[in-house]
Design a protein around this ligand. Sequence first.
Ligand SMILES: [Zn+2]
Length: 257
Amino acid sequence: MKIHYLNCFTCNARFPSSWRTGTLCLLVEHDQGLILIDTGLGESDYIRHPGILRVFRIATRVPLNQKETAVQQVQRLGYHPTDVHHIILTHMHFDHCGGLPDFPHASVHVHRKEYEAFMGRPRRWTDFAYVRKHIAHQPKFVFYEDKGEKWFDFSAIRLPFDPELWLVPLFGHTRGHCGVAIRTDAEWLFHVADSAPIGLGEYAPAWTINLVMGPQAPHLRDFSSAHPNIQITTGHMWLDFFENINKLTKEAIIREL
Ligand SMILES: [Zn+2]
């Protein structure tokens, strides 16, 4: 099973200016068709910038390169947008689900609590990153709730895919935020999205991380040290990560040839 690591929204800090990041979306070549985990911004966001993106641009340097949309990257990989049969969302902030309208045929898998938070009245400041027009095309949603299952020591929900995929509730950043665990050829890939800082690093005091990402980071760091073979990715990664991992993939392809 091949996984493509797509940067679907570059976002660089103004201070420190060395902080250059991309929004990680995973394109999984799965036995049940292409599965996209998060979408980044969509084509329509480039045509008409959502208000939250304008606010974002005050604090960050956002190059806004439309070639970064998931739909254009899927096409550059030689697929058609309709080949993406399923989209799994970690959460519904604009930078994670803006591309939904570019894949109107896909089923959209999301935790019910996240959808409710998206549809409900804003309760905390992070709720202002929800943009209703991202589901104006009325996608086919598939909702999930906790049924008492476990993935390692996390409460988790087995998704209807084989090889296995799990939705792992990591609430806090948003009310229904989840990670996604993917059974890979080697082990597991655990995408914890915005529940922890980039690469689980400690770039800020614990209270700031708690405020922005929620309370999950300490548990995730412990889990990562106890399971060094499990690859953990976060929703935003340093730009180097994308450059290096894509170089590795290219080298692997050349070796295969
Ligand atoms: Zn977010």
